[in-house]
Design a binder for this molecule. Structure first.
Ligand code: HEM
Length: 222
């Protein structure tokens, strides 16, 4: 068992773990209630979500769940973005993304040869998936605002080419997030140690960065 000294920190500091699982819960609320709201006025005639997998008894009830989840998702997401940028976590773990590595690791993943022995680094496929889903969630919030208050946020509506365009973008964003979740959870289950790490903090890593997460910023001697 690794111990955390003043010169080390956890791969996933406590704020990251709390924000990750809060995000997962809010996303389940958003998707389940979103499906119920969609059923009330479908975009694709052939697609209705079964009552057993939606959240909400009727559309208005689902809308209340959707707004409840929205506040959690938005504030949690803002804290996560601020934390990831301020601590240098995004720069250290998500970048650089090299297209050549992405292709090579994509092939390895599809042929079940992708290794994830070192939990302290993300492979190129993970980097693309994480940066991609964060970007999609941001667009999803924007299209959601456009649908919610189309008069007040008419400039956002015009970004999507009109109200129906914003609705379609919101639906496609949901589909992309659900697709991400299926792949993400499947990959995590293939390497269960990663789930344990997201629960307990994971291995201790050297705090060699100028501003490591969870550690106070170094003070310069006078
Ligand atoms: C509910 C089931 C979920 C499980 C079991 C799960 C599991 C995990 C695990 C194990 C990691 C660490 C990966 C590693 O160390 O290799 C991780 C990271 C991550 N997950 Fe999830 N996750 C779930 C839901 C979600 C959802 C819904 C999203 C977003 C839509 C998401 C976005 C992310 C992101 C962006 C990271 C990287 C976080 C960082 O390092 O800052 N996860 N997840």
């Amino acid at each position: 068992m690794t111990t955390v000294s003043s010169r080390t920190r956890r791969m996933h500091p406590l704020p990251i773990r709390i924000m990750h699982w809060t995000n997962a819960l809010s996303m389940i609320i958003m998707i389940g209630s979103g499906w119920k709201i969609y059923n009330d006025e479908v975009i694709f005639g052939f697609l209705h979500f079964p009552q057993d997998i939606v959240l909400g008894i009727w559309a208005q009830h689902a809308l209340q769940w959707h707004f409840f989840g929205m506040w959690i998702l938005a504030f949690n997401g803002l804290f996560y973005l601020a934390y990831g940028i301020a601590t240098g976590r995004f720069a250290r773990l998500f970048f650089p993304i090299r297209p050549r590595e992405v292709v090579a690791e994509m092939v390895a993943a599809l042929t079940f040869r992708l290794k994830h022995a070192d939990l302290t680094h993300y492979n190129a496929v993970q980097k693309v998936l994480y940066v991609g889903v964060i970007a999609i969630i941001i667009v999803q919030v924007v299209s959601g605002l456009a649908i919610w208050k189309p008069v007040q946020f008419s400039f956002l509506v015009s970004l999507f080419g009109g109200f129906q365009g914003a609705r379609l973008a919101h639906f496609l964003g949901m589909a992309a997030i659900v697709g991400f979740m299926v792949v993400h959870v499947a990959l995590a289950l293939l390497v269960p140690r990663t789930i344990l790490a997201m629960l307990t903090g994971g291995p201790a890593v050297p705090a060699e960065d100028p501003h490591p997460e969870g550690a106070p910023a170094p003070t310069t001697p006078h």
